[in-house]
Unconditional design. Structure first.
Length: 153
């Protein structure tokens, strides 16, 4: 690519709970692409952090088709929120503990919340003030909820 980006993965996010659509002249769309680009040939990638149990009982590479239900947020008007489970996997393999995650399209703050929960900092941009205010409130609520969880004995 002209700017030097290398495409390392084209992940298919398959959405089993996709709302049925009324279209009659084409198929209902049930997936999205998640592109994994890097700028250098050497880059951080923690495969172990996202391995899944295999048939032989050993942990294996999850592959590039990820089946994750959508997770709508009814309280806000945002129609394209990402599920936390999808972002968790991306943050875990794509950033080190105590690292910084950048989301240029923060929306309702899913990346912010998940990064914080997983011990990363997050920098985000969001052009829509309402979504940003919602993200801030959601972040505070999540923090408060996590802080009042009992710690394991
Ligand atoms: C697909 S949504 C992101 C949803 C987010 N991952 C979540 O879970 O809520 C894309 C967001 O990018 C924002 N956006 C679009 N253009 C932008 C820009 N130029 N700068 C910052 N944010 C932008 C939109 O307002 C929208 O909230």
């Amino acid at each position: 690519m002209k700017r030097g980006w290398l495409l390392r993965d084209d992940i298919i996010w398959q959405k089993p709970n996709r709302i049925p659509s009324g279209v009659a002249d084409r198929l209902n769309n049930t997936y999205e692409h998640v592109f994994h680009f890097v700028l250098n040939r050497k880059y951080f990638f923690d495969l172990d952090a996202i391995k899944i149990p295999g048939a032989n009982g050993r942990m294996k590479n999850p592959g590039d088709v990820w089946t994750v239900n959508t997770q709508p947020l009814k309280e806000c008007g945002h129609t394209a929120t990402f599920p936390e489970r999808l972002i968790e996997r991306i943050v875990l393999c794509g950033s080190p503990k105590n690292g910084v995650v950048f989301d240029p399209f923060l929306g309702t703050g899913t990346t912010w919340i998940v990064s914080d929960r997983l011990g990363r900092s997050c920098i985000g941009f969001e052009i829509n003030r309402e979504f940003f205010d919602f993200a801030q409130g959601r972040f505070k609520e999540n923090r408060a909820f996590e802080q009042c969880q009992p710690t394991a004995l």
